[in-house]
Design a protein around this ligand. Structure first.
Ligand code: ZN
Length: 258
């Protein structure tokens, strides 16, 4: 399998690096802060090696499936389960469930990815897909998607009071935490997604409409690019440099080797 083309310094993490990150650098306090209310019903999920084809041998059969982690005692327990799987990606489920495991709402989110940006050098997503580089992106696309995320943040701030931005390692996520947004119907979500696209934003419909309920866990490792998933304040998003910002660099990349 051909490795994706990625900005300088971005590359797949090895199993050893994933292990090092989750045992030594994964910041559970910050994860807990992200979930102001972590109910026992919050579900997590991992994908071990769907894109990277890097996985522990014993999980070969499940390397491309989405494995849900919904039985755990606390975040430390979740972390231990992540260390068992050593996944390329960790997610949480935006759905909110009641005590009978029925879905009662969903966190509203927007996903902006660089491959959806039409690049002056690499062309449209269709062009990239034709060359089997559908998940590739360049620094220029990353900067363009950052500008779009900042603009979408301003757009959403006019309509909602609790908007949060997250750098996903590839693109950006915007989460809306207003109570009323959790209760939006499917139709309201689809309408909102359509109006945001009409404004020229390149969002992933699946995430906003709610069909894709999983979203990358903040402070986890994006193993496709070796970057830490990082929440950003509005001011930070305006000037953020995803390639060089030290906070997104896992320690295994910054260790000096001689
Ligand atoms: Zn490009």
């Amino acid at each position: 399998m051909v490795q994706y083309f990625l900005p300088a310094g971005m590359r797949y993490s090895t199993l050893e690096e994933r292990k090092l990150f989750y045992t030594e650098n994964f910041d559970l306090e910050k994860v807990a802060q992200w979930f102001e209310v972590l109910t026992s019903k919050t579900k997590f999920a991992v994908i071990i090696g769907r894109h990277t084809k890097i996985y522990p041998k014993k999980y070969k059969a499940d390397s491309s499936t989405t494995i849900v982690i919904d039985e755990y005692t606390n975040l430390e327990d979740v972390k231990q389960q992540i260390i068992e799987f050593l996944p390329e990606a960790v997610y949480y489920d935006r759905n909110v469930y009641d005590s009978n495991d029925r879905k009662v709402g969903q966190e509203l989110a927007f996903d902006l990815d660089p491959e959806n940006i039409t690049c002056p050098i690499h062309g449209t997503l269709a062009d990239k897909t034709k060359r089997a580089q559908g998940l590739s992106f360049c620094e220029l696309e990353l900067e363009m998607v950052r500008q779009e995320a900042a603009k979408l943040y301003r757009f959403l701030s006019n309509r909602f009071s609790e908007v949060r931005a997250v750098y996903s390692g590839r693109g950006f996520h915007l989460h809306v935490l207003d109570n009323r947004a959790y209760r939006f119907s499917e139709e309201e979500r689809q309408f909102l997604a359509a109006s945001v696209k009409e404004e020229g934003f390149h969002i992933d419909d699946w995430v906003t409409s709610g069909e894709m309920r999983l979203i990358r866990l903040p402070y986890s490792l994006n193993g496709l690019v070796s970057r830490i998933v990082l929440p950003l304040k509005k001011e930070e998003l305006e000037i953020f440099d995803p390639i060089h910002d030290q906070r997104t660099l896992p320690k295994f990349l910054t260790k000096v080797t001689s």
